[in-house]
Design a protein around this ligand. Sequence first.
Ligand code: SF4
Length: 199
Amino acid sequence: MGMNLNKDNGRRYFDNYPLSAVIPRWIFALVEMGLASYFVFKFGFRFGLIFLIYGFVGIFVLLPLTRCNRCFYYGKVCNFGLGKWASLFFPESGEKVFSSAYGYTILLWPLRIIPIGLGIIPIFGLIRGGLSVPSGELGDMVETIISGLEMVPYGIFVIYLLVIYLHRKYYRSRSCTRCYHISDCPVYNKNSLLENEGR
Ligand code: SF4
């Protein structure tokens, strides 16, 4: 699998990512989406279904239309493998600035904001329950809160947050460092948005 030199920044990058880089990203993404779905389905079956459909549309339609279609990896194997998918079903954008449609990323935010919000609500309930113990003693409050910390749903929520964190750590260290867009990608470098505005 070839590596090339990016003349702009002197870094080596993958022109196509190997499967050993793509597969872990999919495993992370599927585990994350599975745990996220748990919280949304728990809230309501219909919400869960809508969430899954929206996740599918987000990854396979919105991302290709707002990022992949102006990416170096359009038609190639990017670290998520979507560059190939995008070139099969979506036209390439004439736009050369990679981050030009980055603002639309906001459309993907619900995929994390909703499950995180639904995961936090029971924690507030637990704390409220602890604060209202009849004795009003701090020790009783803490004990009530700790004794209510069960694996389901609190442990699952912690695992979910951990998976998001590890996923991010993984792609930033393993994928971004070999990516052609490392210098102009707002995911990796927020300042690139400002730099690109001046272009
Ligand atoms: S720098 Fe990282 S997040 Fe940005 S396009 Fe490349 S691999 Fe994806």
